[in-house]
Design a protein around this ligand. Structure first.
Ligand SMILES: [Fe+2]
Length: 183
């Protein structure tokens, strides 16, 4: 690992140490939510890039604080823009698409909307609500469509105290493996 890569990982760990205690209306902290998603990805046998995307998918909430209660409605874009030069599209694209994946599933999957948390239903409106037929068709053409749907389903899991209490540092090796070489 280069000195620059080490500095990138250290700054991400520091961001979660400093800002990861916020809850954004879900009754679970950002750090707990991220590690729970990453652990679900790891247990599903996913590659380091998707485990990293799961861990860091809400990093936009930590980078830009907009609403203390509900977080940043652009957090998907903000997170993806931050992650792209560090990890490439395999990590950044599922993150960019994860809020759109919620719109997609609400539109095409019967019963999905009814299972969403209150905070997630609230943010749906700000993310564009239901998709049109044209939006559904173009979302399916996204190269990281499948990864975004997987990430969305881990994102929707309610808090599991066992998974949520895992240490953030446990996923350092996956982030390291997912870093692009000359970041
Ligand atoms: Fe999330």
């Amino acid at each position: 690992m280069t000195a620059n890569q080490r500095a990138v990982l250290a700054s991400i760990e520091q961001l979660y140490a400093d800002m990861g205690q916020n809850t954004y209306g879900e009754g679970i902290t950002q750090t707990e939510h991220g590690v729970q998603c990453a652990e679900l990805a790891r247990r599903a046998g996913e590659n380091p890039a998707l485990i990293t995307a799961a861990l860091l998918h809400d990093i936009g909430h930590l980078l830009e604080q907009v609403s203390a209660e509900h977080g940043n409605f652009r957090h998907d874009q903000v997170g993806a823009e931050y992650l792209l030069p560090l990890f490439g599209p395999e990590v950044a694209e599922p993150v960019r698409l994860h809020a759109q994946a919620k719109r997609y599933l609400c539109t095409v999957e019967e019963g999905y909307l009814a299972c969403l948390s209150e905070a997630s239903v609230f943010s749906l409106k700000h993310q564009g609500g239901m998709m049109t037929d044209a939006e559904v068709a173009s979302f399916r053409q996204e190269p990281h469509f499948e990864a975004a749907l997987k990430l969305r389903r881990w994102d929707d899991e309610g808090k599991d105290p066992e998974l949520a209490s895992l240490p953030f540092s446990r996923y350092g090796e996956f982030m390291q493996a997912a870093l692009i070489h000359d970041c």
